[in-house]
Design a protein around this ligand. Structure first.
Ligand SMILES: [Fe+2]
Length: 208
C-alpha cells in the first residue's frame, strides 16, 4: 500500500512561530532545517503528502527553495498564510481551498480550518485540519483530527496532554515536528468514541 502522509502549519521562515508555539528551536534557520530533515526522514520518493496550509512565510523564492528540498508528491490545501505557496502552486500535484479525497478506501475531508460537521461526517468520513496549532481541544466523539506539526509534536512528546488544546512549556522534541502517517491517524481515529450527528437531527443510526 502506498505511504500517505499528512501535515500542516510548518510556517517555514516565520521567525515568531517559535515563540508563539513554543517550538524547541533557537532560531528559524535551525527550525527550518530540522523540519525539512524530519520530513525527509519520514517521506520517501513516491510517497504522497497532503499539506493542509500555512507552508512558508517570506518570499516566493524561499518557498520554492524549501519545496525543492522536500520529498514526495504534495497535494496542497491553502491556509491563511500561503501567499508565497500560492505563487509556486504549479510545483504541487494540486492546489485547493478544501477537498474531499479517498485514501485507502477512506473518505477524508481536507480543510485548513476545523469544521464541526462536514460532508458525510455522519457516515464516519474523516476530517483532517490544521490552523489551530494544538490550541483547539480534540473532539473525542468526532472523526476529526488536527494534523498540524504542533499537534503531532505534542502527541509524540507529551501524550499526557495531547488533545487538550494547549502547548506545554516542556517535553517538546525537535524530531517530533514531522508529517503523520495514514496508519497513525487510523489508530487515533479508532480510539475515539464516534457519535454521529445525524444531519436531520433525529436518528441515532445514520440513514439516507
Ligand atoms: Fe498556521
Amino acid at each position: 500500500m502506498k505511504n500517505v502522509w499528512f501535515i500542516s502549519d510548518t510556517h517555514f521562515s516565520h521567525i515568531n512561530i517559535i515563540r508563539y508555539c513554543k517550538r524547541p528551536f533557537v532560531d528559524h534557520e535551525i527550525h527550518d532545517a530540522a523540519l525539512i530533515s524530519n520530513w525527509n526522514g519520514c517521506v520517501k520518493d513516491g510517497d504522497d503528502v497532503y499539506f493542509l496550509g500555512d507552508f512558508c512565510f517570506r518570499s516566493r523564492t524561499r518557498a520554492k527553495e524549501i519545496r525543492q528540498k522536500l520529498r514526495g508528491q504534495i497535494f496542497f490545501i491553502e491556509g491563511n498564510h500561503d501567499s508565497a505557496a500560492h505563487q509556486i502552486r504549479q510545483t504541487f500535484a494540486w492546489y485547493h481551498q478544501v477537498k474531499m479525497v479517498k485514501v485507502n478506501d477512506q473518505l477524508i475531508w481536507l480543510s485548513h480550518y476545523a469544521h464541526r460537521v462536514w460532508d458525510r461526517s455522519h457516515y464516519s468520513t474523516w476530517h483532517l485540519y490544521g490552523h489551530c496549532h494544538h490550541s483547539l481541544p480534540d473532539d473525542p466523539f468526532a472523526r476529526s483530527l488536527d494534523v498540524g506539526v504542533d499537534a503531532t509534536a505534542v502527541r509524540l512528546g507529551r501524550p499526557d496532554i495531547y488533545g487538550s488544546g494547549t502547548i506545554p512549556d516542556s517535553g517538546l522534541r525537535p524530531e517530533d515536528y514531522r508529517p503523520i502517517h495514514f496508519d497513525e491517524i487510523a489508530e487515533l481515529m479508532q480510539r475515539k468514541q464516534f457519535k454521529p450527528i445525524d444531519h436531520h437531527g433525529q436518528s441515532e443510526t445514520p440513514q439516507e
